[in-house]
Design a protein around this ligand. Structure first.
Ligand code: IMP
Length: 190
């Protein structure tokens, strides 16, 4: 089975490839010659995942899936949420995003947060979604050099290390994305 994973993010591709069995061959956007930015203008994480999967199917004709992720912080009423990528501006700069979040949490006692991933699968003319959540807290400073995005400031529940300090296999055993991908694989196997 061939499926396109609608992402330009090499880190996401690496994480997902490690979770998908070999009989599901993953193609990247590069593999199908898609170089443009895929529109994601929905006000929800689920809406963006669906929008990306639909765009790819309608424009390129491939069965595919897309992932959209947000970091939801309790004491900020769920921010940055769907705006996680552009939290500190259009440059989508991970360090600037983390600095802004750490700054906004300086005076807050409650640092609880969760990563939420929604995967939208477009296959055989139908659309399915799968949601994965990973709960944790926002650290007081950045730590670690693995992973990407907000990983250096996210402490998953039950761990003293941030996602950026954990090996990929460890992140993949508990992460929001892994939980959504595991549901996707189960669906495809049925
Ligand atoms: P998107 O799903 O690529 O739109 O991601 C939204 C934002 O969340 C971007 O700033 C990403 O870098 C960040 N992000 C997505 N997934 C993860 C993750 O697994 N760890 C840390 N940050 C992430």
């Amino acid at each position: 089975m061939k499926l396109v994973f609608a992402t330009n993010n090499p880190n996401k591709l690496k994480e997902v490839k490690a979770l998908v069995p070999p009989h599901i061959q993953l193609l990247s956007l590069e593999d199908i010659g898609c170089t443009e930015d895929i529109p994601e203008t929905s006000p929800t994480i689920e809406g963006n995942a669906i929008q990306k999967a639909r765009y790819l199917k309608e424009t390129y004709g491939y069965d595919c899936f897309a992932d959209d992720t947000g970091l939801e912080v309790d004491s900020l009423q769920g921010d940055p949420g769907v705006y996680s990528a552009r939290y500190a501006g259009e440059a989508k700069d991970a360090n600037a995003n983390m600095d802004k979040l750490l700054d906004n949490l300086k005076k807050k006692k409650d640092r609880k947060a969760q990563f939420k991933t929604v995967i939208a699968l477009h296959i055989n003319g139908t659309l399915e979604t799968f949601t994965g959540i990973c709960s944790g807290t926002i650290a007081v400073q950045k730590k670690g050099d693995k992973g990407f995005g907000y990983d250096p400031i996210f402490l998953p529940d039950g761990y003293t290390e941030t996602f950026a300090e954990l090996p990929l296999e460890e992140k993949n055993s508990i992460s929001h994305r892994a939980k959504a991908v595991n549901q996707l694989v189960k669906f495809l196997n049925n």
